[in-house]
Design a protein around this ligand. Structure first.
Ligand SMILES: Nc1ncnc2c1ncn2[C@@H]1O[C@H](COP(=O)(O)OP(=O)(O)OP(=O)(O)O)[C@@H](O)[C@H]1O
Ligand SMILES: [Mg+2]
Length: 325
């Protein structure tokens, strides 16, 4: 069937990528987009306490938390879901930045060899001499020497790059292999109020390290049918880590992401998630918007790039909930 919109498009497999003169498919060349000006959009929709929220529960209005007198010891939150592309990295950056707006000091830990968290903050991970890999594998590298400042005041980054993929294998033969990350973070825990660990999309040894170090787990869940399927396995893993390695581990909350209020599908998935997990589901829901991919290009959080956008407001609301929990 060919409608005018589809004319000229192939409805099956995509065409092979064009080849460069060297014979390398162009698709493998690193994409470089010039960041364009931040949008002037403002979100005028004010959510009022008592209104029905997207979770089907009345919205609770949480007041801005009081400022803290001093900092630390940090609460460690692992941002975790073995499913890829559900908004772990986006939520880590933007929740972290929103927490700093409430006066909290935040350390973001890039615990994914893809280094997307580092990229999202404007760092070129492959150009780094030292990353979290060196801190966890080399006893003479201090965590303080690898932590970097970010453009967000009060938010630091422990970066990673592809080197970290070797750690997963090398750690297997280490003594106390599941507690490597918590040992790594111990010297700086007093300097921060929150440490957010961006996990890779797997339940391997790196993720188990993040869970063994954490006080809580934040689970981003894409509002899409298949995203529900892996959650039982994730919760099973969290329970095993709690029993065997880290009795203090809790599920801080489940965050519905990429919600599209216009589609019945999104609303149905949302209803199922709330039915299955109840109050563990945050009231805050993150809508699907192109603003988030744009912030990755800009290399900064949405809270500074489009401060009045609905996305920025949503991550601020999440920060209030996280502090209140
Ligand atoms: N609410 C949203 N609306 C639209 N796009 C989003 C949203 N959140 C994230 N994205 C985009 O979706 C993609 C995947 O998001 P992200 O990298 O945060 O997921 P992830 O769970 O960390 O992925 P991975 O498992 O590969 O680490 C990115 O391009 C990101 O910009
Ligand atoms: Mg990620």
């Amino acid at each position: 069937m060919s409608t005018p919109e589809h004319a000229g498009q192939t409805w099956g497999a995509p065409p092979p990528p064009p080849r460069s003169p060297s014979g390398v498919p162009r698709a493998s060349v690193e994409l470089s987009l010039a960041p364009h000006a931040a949008p002037a959009d403002e979100d005028h929709t004010e959510q009022v306490a008592g209104d029905m929220g997207p979770t089907g529960r009345p919205l609770r209005q949480i007041a801005d938390p009081p400022l803290v007198a001093g900092h630390g010891p940090a609460k460690i939150l692992a941002v975790c879901n073995q499913k890829g592309g559900v908004g772990k990295t986006t939520s880590t950056i933007n929740l972290g930045a929103a927490l700093t707006e409430f006066g909290r000091r935040v350390l973001l830990v890039d615990f994914d060899p893809q280094g997307a968290l580092s990229v999202g903050l404007g760092v070129h991970p492959h150009q780094l001499d030292q990353t979290i890999y060196n801190v966890i594998m080399e006893r003479n590298v201090a965590v303080d020497d690898v932590i970097m400042r970010t453009p967000v005041e009060g938010m630091d980054l422990l970066p990673s790059n592809i080197d970290l993929s070797a750690a997963e294998i090398q750690l297997v033969s280490e003594v106390g292999r599941e507690h490597t990350l918590v040992r790594t973070l111990r010297p700086v825990i007093e300097h921060y109020d929150y440490v957010l660990v961006d996990c890779q999309p797997s339940l391997g040894l790196l993720t188990v390290n993040a869970l063994a170090a954490a006080d809580g787990v934040l689970i981003p869940l894409e509002c899409e049918f298949f995203s529900l399927r892996g959650v039982a396995l994730l919760i099973d893993t969290i329970e095993k880590v709690r029993e065997r390695l880290n009795p203090k581990l809790e599920i801080t909350g489940i965050l519905a992401t990429m919600y599209d209020p216009r589609t019945l599908h999104s609303r149905e998935v949302m209803a199922r998630v709330v039915e299955a997990f109840g109050d563990v589901v945050f009231d805050t829901v993150i809508n699907r918007t192109v603003r988030f991919p744009e912030t990755t290009v800009a290399g900064e959080p949405i809270t500074s790039w489009a401060p009045r956008s609905a996305g920025a407001k949503a991550y601020r609301a999440l920060a209030r909930e996280v502090i209140a929990r």
